[in-house]
Design a protein around this ligand. Sequence first.
Ligand code: PGA
Length: 244
Amino acid sequence: MEFIIASDYDGMSRKAADVVESVMKDAPECVLGLATGSTPIGMYGCLVEDTAKGDVSFANVSTFNLDEYCGLTGDHDQSYRYFMDQNLFDSVDVDKAKTHVPNGCAADVDQMCEEYEQAIEDAGGIDIQVLGIGHNGHIGFNEPCDHFPVITHEVDLTESTINANSRLFDDISEVPRKAVTMGIGTIMKARKVVVLANGEGKADIISRAFTGPVVPEVPASVLQLHPDVTVVLDAEAASKLDIA
Ligand code: PGA
């Protein structure tokens, strides 16, 4: 596990974009696993700028997002499809047909989840998975529980996640109670993982996830078992990390 510690959010975003771009330059037809949330917005900004400059191209890239709320269509401004369009897809040369976000409105959710797993496999598997981390250690919407869920599946969101995400909705009652997420197994199959975190509020969970025991109560701790993880932090998020 490699740690890259930047002084601030912009530095974290730049370093994380460099990690992703190095995979894209080595393999222009690569498969990216992507994440939503506040954390990666700056990284997506760097990717948009670098694409405009011609340093990197999404023309032959496929993407798979980690998760999506249940019940929100792609044109809802809090859906993760909408987030990706706004923050990345509409501003780079990606073929939208090659961008995938789980369908949170599928009539048969289990079937959709199976098809999502199959589509990742058919694309050749994920070359690099971008992850944020929740204050409770969740990755994707894999919330703390007593086991590591393996494949893409429907989840009940915890009160902690609903509260954290309510800042983006007019009212907490509008926050969906369910979501669809890649499983821990799906994430662990990615050939490379890059985790981003910034701010003091993430310092405790970063320390627990990466220097504490590997337990499903801290889902991100499983990444200690992955052979190729880069954790990109700002100084605040790294402030409780004892990696000397
Ligand atoms: P955040 O969310 O980037 O908005 O902090 C991270 C997450 O919950 O995975």
